[in-house]
Design a binder for this molecule. Structure first.
Ligand code: SAM
Length: 245
């Protein structure tokens, strides 16, 4: 077996990502509000309303890279309490914050927090009705692996939904966004979380992530059908939807 430069880089990436989220976990939710001026809430609401979890019947969701539980709590609330969400995240510090938040919201019956890697999910085939991942997949070193795991753990007829930063496709907004992200985000990270470097990584990872069409193609290649996407705020974020038929 070869263990080339690319593999080494890939291994190093996960370590770096883990360090970033370990460092920011306690301030993660606050930082989200500050950095996105509250927009992440609107985007998450949009993703969960596109998922449209049914009310009054069981609906078993896995929220991968689910961190502190934002998507999970929204799914449970929108289902009127009939959905169950398993949050799987590679980072114990993020999960700890998530567990505390779930307890405060009295949602511990509906939401479980499990340590798990998106590239190798600790669940059997065909277990879930839906797979969600929000602002998570760009952190995963091997995106193809995460997508094929998503396909594997879904039931036939299951839904895939991914919310992620994407490519801005509105003139002028793209320039403003560039200035904002490259010049202001690291500074704000330093001010609020005492950490500019983690937020510089964040901006870089957004730039390197495949744009809407290319990502849709990767989802198709993982076996999914009826792949589509919606842009949010001029493409600052996008939601990709797909089905395992
Ligand atoms: N989904 C949450 C939200 O939208 O607020 C958290 C998103 S946060 C930006 C990214 C999360 O991805 C972190 O909690 C991090 O630990 C997790 N993550 C990174 N690499 C992962 C992997 N290989 N498998 C599972 N989770 C991972």
């Amino acid at each position: 077996a070869s263990f080339g430069f690319r593999d080494v880089a890939v291994e190093a990436k996960q370590g770096m990502v883990d360090e970033v989220f370990h460092k920011v976990a306690a301030r993660y939710d606050l930082m989200n509000d500050v950095m996105s001026a509250g927009m992440h809430r609107v985007w998450k609401d949009a993703a969960v309303s596109w998922l449209a979890p049914p009310r009054g019947r069981p609906f078993d969701v896995i929220d991968v890279a689910g961190g502190t539980g934002d998507i999970a709590f929204r799914i449970v609330n929108r289902s009127g309490g009939s959905a169950h969400v398993t949050v799987a995240d590679i980072n114990a510090s993020m999960l700890e914050v998530g567990r505390e938040r779930a307890a405060k919201r009295h949602l511990t019956d509906n939401v479980d927090f499990t340590l798990g890697n998106a590239e190798e999910l600790p669940f059997e085939n065909g277990r879930f009705d839906a797979y969600t991942i929000a602002f998570g997949i760009r952190n995963v070193p091997r995106i193809e692996k995460a997508l094929s795991e998503a396909y594997r753990v879904l039931k036939p007829g299951g839904r895939f939904l991914c919310l992620e930063f994407s490519a801005v496709d509105v003139p002028v907004l793209d320039k403003i966004y560039d200035v904002y992200s490259f010049n202001l985000i690291p500074g704000m990270g330093k001010l609020v979380a005492g950490d500019a470097e983690s937020y510089r990584y964040l901006v870089e990872s957004i730039r390197r992530f495949p744009h809407q069409e290319r990502f849709a193609e990767m989802i198709r290649r993982a076996g999914f059908s009826r792949v589509s996407y919606r842009n949010l705020t001029g493409g600052i974020a996008a939601i990709h939807s797909a089905w395992k038929i």
